[in-house]
Design a protein. Structure first.
Length: 562
């Protein structure tokens, strides 16, 4: 598993530095983030976003946002909007450089005509199955299509008629004429255009032929003047084709493709197919379910974008091997950020009533408590206190073990920021024997939580005033999958066999101090002794607050890597 490295390597950054020193591309740096608008982005995509926008920002260049929308059967405007929201959330701005591959359909068609005119592309009548059969294998060369030697005139005529809609879907394709014996199978006369009568989310029904991704992607880079085309390792074999199209269309700009290792995490899946199955089968509650590794999911869970950027910087950019990172490493980055920025509040998730017998019935007071000890500028807040308060049920034991320092019969503890109290009486339900109330006495001279005579009190409990408590639903999220490496599951098993039954635990009847009553959607807090939580952006309402646990306080990764 990947470990933290504050000085993680980034080979692409070194390439850019070298190019700038040599005046390559006239000293320009232009990158792009090119998602396909056919699904939601996940945290692996966040690495590409941070890399492309971050490099352009660091070296005074520009980064475009371009949607490679060449497959109208799977692409929708809702995905375009979701992706733009994700990029903005990560803190990046494409300004006026929003592009679509469909912006270039006319120009791409002209590029294809040039290839046909130059004898470097031909119309093929083979079916998709026949094309696969003719392609050969990794150890055997392919064989030429019987239509490969059509004349230039015939190819031009057929291609124009393809565009005119004369032929059925799938009946003909335009293929590059390269080498059916090439050792790289990507170069064995790849398809450039196919017939597909489908409504496009931007061009409508103007086209019935659509360019393939490999043809579109590199030429879109060239049209936009991209200098460094950065993609993940699965496109390494496609680089030869990328270069072939750039060379044979003879574009003005000559971008170069660089491949980097993908970012993957333990205890999750990032396959579009598997994520779609989880959503469609109702295993999760939509694409923004906080258990999913989608960017919308981690945003709803409360992960700050700064933590995602920090993580990608620490992991670095590797060249030859995809990076599997412990999910705890990401959570560590989240805790670091939230520890510095999140205000502390008191929340009781499993309440037990505590009554202070010698505290006046009609009295209430407030205590000034610091919002964030890590940030003086966060100030403080007034927390109300009264005769009856809630404490955590597990902060009391009738027969405590030796190292239990919280409340027990006859024991004195500190109520955080308030008073010292001693438990005197335990009230139980006569039918079940369950403890339902604790009756205590307080030391009036211990205001603020310190004994006037200097006596030592080991236990400190958080609390919420009964008269002022805000009711809330708390959702405790954990790993969606119990198995660590979901890329390596036993033969014959389904990935859903490893779902974690405790990935979501919902607590109702929780009590929180009133300072959260006006919290806005997505606002983050540290619930003392429980972890970091945020206001759920979908379900929380002013009269029905819902909080998602972002991460627990326990940082096993940090402890294991000290």
């Amino acid at each position: 598993m990947a470990a933290e490295n504050e000085n993680a390597s980034n080979f692409i950054k070194e390439i850019i530095k070298d190019d700038l020193s040599k005046g390559v591309h006239n000293g320009r740096i232009a990158t792009r983030f090119p998602p396909e608008p056919n699904g939601h982005l996940h945290i692996g995509h966040a690495k590409s976003i941070c890399l492309n926008f971050g490099l352009a920002e660091e070296f005074g260049g520009l980064c475009n946002l371009r949607f490679d929308d060449t497959n109208p059967t799977k692409e929708e405007t809702k995905y375009v909007e979701a992706i733009m929201e994700d990029v903005r959330w990560l803190g990046y701005d494409w300004e006026d450089r929003l592009f679509f591959a469909s912006d270039y359909f006319d120009q791409l068609y002209e590029f294809a005509l040039k290839l046909v005119t130059d004898g470097k592309a031909y119309v093929d009548d083979l079916s998709a199955d026949e094309i696969r059969e003719y392609r050969g294998t990794l150890t055997e060369p392919g064989k030429n299509s019987p239509y490969r030697e059509r004349s230039t005139e015939e190819n031009l005529d057929l291609f124009e008629r393809m565009r005119g809609g004369e032929f059925d879907d799938g009946s003909r394709v335009l293929r590059a004429k390269i080498d059916m014996a090439h050792p790289n199978m990507v170069m064995r006369d790849p398809t450039i255009y196919r017939i597909r009568r489908a409504h496009h989310h931007r061009t409508g029904d103007k086209w019935c032929i659509y360019p393939m991704y490999d043809f579109t992607h590199c030429l879109s880079d060239a049209i936009e003047g991209i200098t460094h085309s950065i993609c993940t390792l699965e496109f390494e074999n496609n680089r030869a084709l990328y270069d072939w199209f750039i060379e044979n269309v003879n574009t003005e700009h000559k971008p170069h493709q660089y491949e980097f290792a993908r970012l993957e995490f333990t205890h999750t899946v990032m396959s579009k197919r598997k994520l779609l199955q989880l959503v469609e089968d109702g295993i999760v509650a939509g694409w923004d379910d906080p258990r999913l590794p989608t960017i919308s999911g981690i945003r709803r869970r409360g992960f700050p974008p700064e933590a995602m950027r920090t993580l990608t910087e620490r992991v670095g950019v590797a060249k030859k091997r995809d990076t599997m990172v412990e999910y705890g490493f990401l959570e560590h980055a989240v805790r670091e950020q939230l520890n510095a920025t999140a205000n502390r509040v008191m929340a009781v998730l499993n309440p037990l009533k505590l009554i202070i017998e010698n505290y006046p019935h009609d009295k209430s007071e407030t205590f000034e408590i610091v919002n964030n000890p890590e940030d003086e500028s966060a100030g403080s807040r007034q927390v109300p206190f009264s005769r009856e308060i809630f404490i955590e049920r597990n902060d009391f034991m009738e027969e405590p073990p030796k190292k239990f320092f919280r409340l027990a019969p006859g024991r004195e503890v500190r109520l955080r920021g308030a008073y010292l109290v001693t438990c005197e009486t335990v009230v139980k339900d006569p039918d079940t024997g369950e403890v339902v109330e604790l009756h205590c006495k307080y030391d009036p001279d211990s205001r603020g939580g310190d004994a006037p005579d200097g006596r030592k009190v080991k236990g400190t409990l958080h609390w919420v005033s009964v008269n002022h408590a805000i009711d809330a639903e708390i959702r405790l999220y954990d790993h969606l999958f119990a198995r660590e490496n979901m890329n390596d599951i036993p033969e014959g098993a389904e990935f859903t066999d490893f779902l974690n039954p405790e990935s979501l635990v919902v607590l109702t009847g929780c009590k929180i101090e009133p300072s959260v009553a006006t919290a806005s959607a997505g606002e983050r807090f540290q619930f003392l002794r429980h972890g970091y939580f945020c206001v759920d952006s979908r379900d929380s309402q002013p009269d029905n607050l819902v909080f998602n646990r972002t991460v627990s306080l326990r940082d096993s990764w940090a402890k294991a890597n000290k």
